[in-house]
Design a protein around this ligand. Structure first.
Ligand code: LRH
Length: 453
């Protein structure tokens, strides 16, 4: 089977084509294009049309395909009018329109109903911020980003379940929309196309688009983190860190945990493939470094080489602090956090890089310890997937901080999880999630980091 994954991240999008058969999985990237948000007036937008162009060009270049699946970052959406036309560019979840919105609600009440941690950018809060706009009044359909692209490719509208769980509008455990949350958001249920499950057909790519004829679109775990967790090559008692712009740190559970303690600890219960729950905490991730690097002119390799030699643990900041969410001025914000905590302020980009990596490793350890305690599970090993798996210093610091082996890779776990859900739907691989993970484990390079005592 020839299967394509469209995997859209916060800084770029990729089209990856895989050949999959029982026991074999190879893949290559056929297209990569930048994802550059655009500030217009007071609002930060996604340039979704340029993403669509990148997707189309990639799919056209991919040659014959049996199936395509699309995943992207969570929570953001486009609105369509009664003619099915897009009403303005989707707003970026880092936009300031949600400032102060979540605070207007009883967070635990929302958590008990949905299992979703209160984060300022949850779709429910974006909708509260947007519902008095003219675009919202004209909207007849709301589509999350992967569903929007899928709609443009196929003409069929649906709402994929794993990504739907990130909206904060779905009842805990993924049993359907929560009427109470829809009311709170001011959303009529008719705005939301039918829920659809990963592994079901999404339609056929329109012939006029010039992609290989009759290519099916298959619903995948369209939340990138859900696909990445499906692509974790884990077995037994593992924790995962899906590390890219964000780091999503947690464990897989059979059912949500919605205790008050869990709420206070900021754990979310997003839906994974096959009814699993992704019990995890959002950690700022490589965003901290990416944003600093926009203000420096030192290449990443030099920063990391220097950071490896810099003294350990001189200053650490709370890498889950929403103070780091918005773009801009990151070195100054990290310096301010160090100062506020009476810690030495990193004086050079190398020192700042070390502070960021130490802070991330510490945040990972805290998240894994808290997940173990709150969910009552054992963790023997940590899987690091996504771009962070290439960062050898971060992987080693994580092993040291957690006191556990870290298995790093694959970098493309998100695309692989996307592809495997399609391969399973087409009958090309065994049906169990653990079989899919075994295929990743046996076909992809994985690097082991042992904790240094
Ligand atoms: C990572 C991610 C994460 C969400 C955030 C909005 O790309 O999907 O899981 O919390 O973006």
């Amino acid at each position: 089977m020839r299967i394509a994954a469209v995997d859209l991240g916060a800084s770029n999008g990729r089209v990856i084509v895989a050949d999959v058969s029982p026991g074999a999985l190879t893949f290559r990237e056929v297209a990569r294009f930048p994802n550059e948000p655009v500030q217009v007036g007071a609002t930060l937008h996604w340039d979704v049309l340029s993403l669509y162009r990148g997707v189309l060009e990639g799919l056209r270049a991919a040659g014959p395909l049996d199936s395509v699946g699309i995943d992207s970052w969570a929570v953001d959406y486009g609105l369509l009018d009664a003619d099915g036309a897009l009403l303005g560019n989707p707003v970026h979840y880092r936009d300031a329109r949600t400032d102060g919105v979540a605070e207007r609600f009883d967070g635990y009440e929302l958590y008990a109903a949905t299992g979703i941690a209160t984060m300022p950018f949850n779709t429910v809060f974006q909708l509260v911020a947007a519902r008095s706009s003219a675009a919202f009044a004209a909207a007849r359909t709301l589509l999350l980003i992967p569903d929007l692209l899928s709609y443009w490719l196929t003409g069929v509208a649906g709402t994929e379940l794993t990504n739907a769980s990130t909206t904060g509008l779905l009842a805990a455990g993924g049993k359907g929309w929560s009427p109470a949350m829809l009311e709170l958001a001011g959303v009529d249920a008719s705005l939301l196309p039918p829920l659809r499950m990963p592994g079901t057909p999404a339609g056929t790519i329109k012939a006029a688009l010039g992609v290989s004829p009759d290519t099916a679109v298959t619903v995948v775990a369209s939340h990138d983190t859900a696909s990445a967790v499906a692509g974790v090559p884990g077995a037994g008692n593992f924790a995962y860190i899906s590390c890219g712009t964000w780091s999503l740190v947690g464990v897989e559970l059979p059912a949500p945990v919605v205790s008050r303690e869990s709420y206070a600890a900021g754990f979310t219960n997003e839906i994974g493939v096959d009814g699993t729950v992704r019990y995890l905490r959002n950690v700022m991730g490589l965003w901290l470094l990416q944003e600093c690097m926009r203000e420096w002119d030192t290449p990443l390799a030099a920063l990391l080489a220097g950071a490896a030699q810099a003294p350990a643990g001189r200053s650490v900041v709370d890498a889950t602090d929403p103070a780091f969410l918005a773009p801009g001025d990151m070195p100054a914000r990290i310096a301010a956090a160090c100062r506020a905590a009476d810690q030495p302020v990193p004086a050079t980009p190398v020192e700042m890089t070390r502070c960021i990596l130490d802070s991330l490793a510490l945040a990972y350890r805290r998240a894994i310890d808290d997940a173990r305690r709150l969910a009552g599970v054992t963790v023997d090993v940590v899987h690091m997937v996504g771009g962070g798996a290439l960062n050898t210093l971060l992987c080693q610091l994580t092993a040291d901080a957690c006191g556990l082996p870290v298995l790093a890779g694959p970098v493309e776990a998100g695309a692989l999880g996307n592809i495997l859900v399609q391969a399973r739907a087409l009958g090309a691989v065994d049906s169990d999630l653990s079989d899919m993970r075994e295929l990743v484990r046996t076909t992809q390079p994985i690097v082991r980091y042992m904790p240094r005592v």
